[in-house]
Design a binder for this molecule. Structure first.
Ligand SMILES: O=C(O)CCC(=O)C(=O)O
Ligand SMILES: [Fe+2]
Length: 223
């Protein structure tokens, strides 16, 4: 399931993150890629430190406060954000993300990958995130402040940025619900019961859907 969430960052949060990034130091992005992804990764990455920590915290908080993000991802662990910048034809060729990632507190599994777009899409050409699937490629270029979440199981790439600069924050979540198909069923049920609630309040049908949703979550969640 691929879920795009508009305006996950407010205009103020976006401005604060962009201001922090303008003061940061960038290094070659190959430093943070796995050994095979390194062969096709051509971008710059914000070096760790105070600026990265603060910018990452702003985005983390915004994501964790988003009800749609919670329902789509069910995060158990959320890795700190990596800030990438692409310009002058830079690209990230086809790759799959590492399955296991080191965090400050140990190792996590990547279930969901995400990109938070930080640049106005009219300010650069190219730079689409392309998710490759058996049915073909799907291409995403979102507004600044929006996020796309997609299964980490996919091959994906970033098209060359032929003019301007594409700035993004990327991260990965280990989900409480490991299987993408289970996450999708829970997301659909949750979305349906919430719109039913909007329409008719706490009806008997809402209660029944809520019961199924809660019991499936109980069945599938790993805590
Ligand atoms: O820049 C993006 O949108 C995705 C980058 C990516 O695939 C990665 O960092 O693993
Ligand atoms: Fe990736």
């Amino acid at each position: 399931m691929i879920v795009c969430i508009a305006d996950v960052l407010s205009a103020e949060q976006l401005a604060e993150v962009r201001e922090l990034l303008s003061r940061g130091t960038y290094v070659d992005g190959k430093q943070t890629a796995g050994w095979h992804a390194r062969l096709v990764k051509d971008n710059s990455q914000l070096a760790g430190g105070e600026v990265a920590t603060r910018a990452s915290a702003i985005i983390h908080n915004a994501l964790m406060e988003s009800a749609v993000f919670q329902a789509a991802v069910r995060p158990r662990h959320l890795r700190s954000m990596l800030f990438s910048s692409y310009s002058g034809g830079q690209t990230y060729g086809s790759h799959v993300d590492d399955a296991l990632m080191r965090t400050e507190s140990g190792t996590m599994r990547s279930d969901v990958s995400m990109t938070v777009f930080l640049s106005d899409p009219a300010s650069y050409e190219g730079g689409e995130l392309v998710i490759e699937g058996p049915g073909g490629e799907q291409t995403y270029k979102l507004d600044a402040g929006s996020v796309i979440t997609y299964p980490s199981t996919t091959l994906h790439h970033v098209a060359p940025v032929t003019s301007g600069t594409r700035e993004v924050a990327v991260s990965w979540a280990q989900s409480l619900v490991r299987a993408p198909e289970h996450r999708e069923i829970l997301f659909d049920l949750d979305t349906a019961r919430r719109s039913l609630f909007q329409r008719e309040g706490k009806s008997a049908e809402f209660d029944q859907l809520s019961k199924s949703h809660a019991n499936l979550l109980r069945m599938w969640a790993e805590t």
